[in-house]
Design a binder for this molecule. Structure first.
Ligand code: FPP
Ligand code: MG
Ligand code: MG
Length: 380
């Protein structure tokens, strides 16, 4: 940042909180079976970006100063560390040990910072668990060989172990979620899991009707955005909503938190789909140009298709024929597809920032704004 504005670093702002995140997640994933334990914890070893938990923590802190909903008893109940949110890493049967210390560890992370509740901290961990579970399954579906700069779990352990590890993460996430004792939050995050699968299904189908030579229409983009909401923005938006709910925020704040997450999530995936065209495997830490190889038409190609009808036939056969992938890539590069994708992402980022404008000024609010701005600048 040039000028007199101090640099806002959301990760640094939450450093104390984030320090405990991976350790707590690994505790949630303890299994008595050594090879399940290894596969389940595999993606927690490499340093992920932890975008989702970071956003949940920032949202928790930013909304702590917002107006509260009338019925405050609920929120106070959640604030109580008396709720056991611990899960034993030791039991062979993977039962839960009520005396394990996960919550105390989480509490001591920020005992001086009363603005983030233990339940919100747990929510951040749950969001990362659900995300990681979806990556384990995604890498199987996509036949991916690398993730976060290392061999993917499916390559390291095989498809069966990778699928089971993902299921195990979802199971443990569900238990941790139930222990928050907040029915609406349980419903939100359970819906996210269903949404992830729905989004993945929409993507498998690629276009609404599986036609031979589909034509571009306004629905093409609407379908893509709906898929993108389900696949990416649902987790971020509903986690933001849940964070505000756990803090006892009023209805307007809960909606604002949701709107921020939804717009940020959409922008995040648009940038992801753009980077797939513009970055190398080395830069991304995962295969580049993967979408066309997988038969997927994402935003850059959909924008190109609008002015280049010949892309329809390629989309229809999912870039299967010899030379299709290279041809499609060339056409996208000749088009304004990349620029239009970036412009749409910028639009969503602006809407995300606008959504939280009514929040009282705070470092956490600045952090949320910076996360939105960073989404556009990220290189991987
Ligand atoms: C990454 O997309 C994948 C997702 C965001 C969601 C995938 C969802 C499933 C596999 C459904 C099952 C869900 C659960 C919760 C088990 P990508 O392939 O575009 O990104 P990548 O380049 O990082 O692989
Ligand atoms: Mg993938
Ligand atoms: Mg995928």
């Amino acid at each position: 940042a040039k000028g007199d504005m101090p640099t806002i670093d959301p990760l640094h702002m939450m450093a104390k909180e984030m320090k405990f995140l991976t350790g707590n997640i690994r505790k949630l994933l303890g299994s008595g079976h050594p090879s399940l334990d290894r596969a389940a914890k595999y993606y927690t070893q490499a340093e992920g970006k932890h975008v989702r938990p970071l956003i949940v923590l920032l949202m928790s802190r930013a909304t702590s100063q917002c107006p509260k909903a009338p019925q405050r008893q609920q929120a106070t109940l959640h604030a109580s560390a008396a709720i056991d949110t611990s899960i034993s890493p030791l039991s062979v049967l993977s039962d839960f040990n009520p005396s394990a210390t996960t919550t105390e560890a989480a509490d001591s992370a920020a005992s001086s910072e009363t603005d983030i509740l233990p339940s919100q901290r747990r929510l951040a961990e749950i969001a990362e668990l659900i995300h990681t579970a979806s990556l384990l399954h995604d890498d199987v579906i996509d036949h991916s060989v690398s993730r976060r700069g290392s061999p993917s779990a499916n390559l390291e352990f095989g498809n069966k172990m990778a699928v089971l590890a993902g299921d195990f993460l979802l199971g443990r996430a569900s238990v941790a979620l139930a222990r928050l004792r907040h029915a609406e939050v349980v419903e939100l995050l359970a819906t996210v899991i269903a949404n992830l699968v729905e989004g993945e299904f929409m993507q498998l189908k690629n276009t609404e009707r599986d036609e031979k030579n589909p034509r571009w229409s306004e629905e093409t983009l609407a379908y893509y955005l709906q898929k993108t909401y389900l696949k990416t923005a649902s987790l971020i938006s509903k986690s933001c909503r849940a964070a505000a709910l756990l803090g006892g925020a009023d209805a307007a704040t809960v909606e604002a938190a949701y709107s921020y997450g939804k717009n940020l999530g959409l922008a995040f995936q648009l940038v992801d789909d753009m980077l797939d065209y513009t970055r190398s495997e080395q830069e991304l830490g995962k295969p580049a140009g993967a979408d066309l190889e997988l038969g997927l038409a994402t935003a850059p190609l959909l924008f190109a298709w609008k002015t280049m009808p010949e892309l329809g036939a390629l989309v229809g056969r999912k870039f299967e024929n010899e030379g299709d992938v290279a041809r499609a890539r060339d056409l996208v590069m000749q088009s304004q597809g990349i620029e239009q994708t970036r412009a749409l992402a910028e639009d969503y980022v602006a809407q995300a920032i606008e959504a939280i404008r009514p929040f009282p000024d705070s470092d956490a609010k600045d952090g949320l704004i910076e996360m939105a701005v960073k989404t556009l600048k990220r290189q991987k």
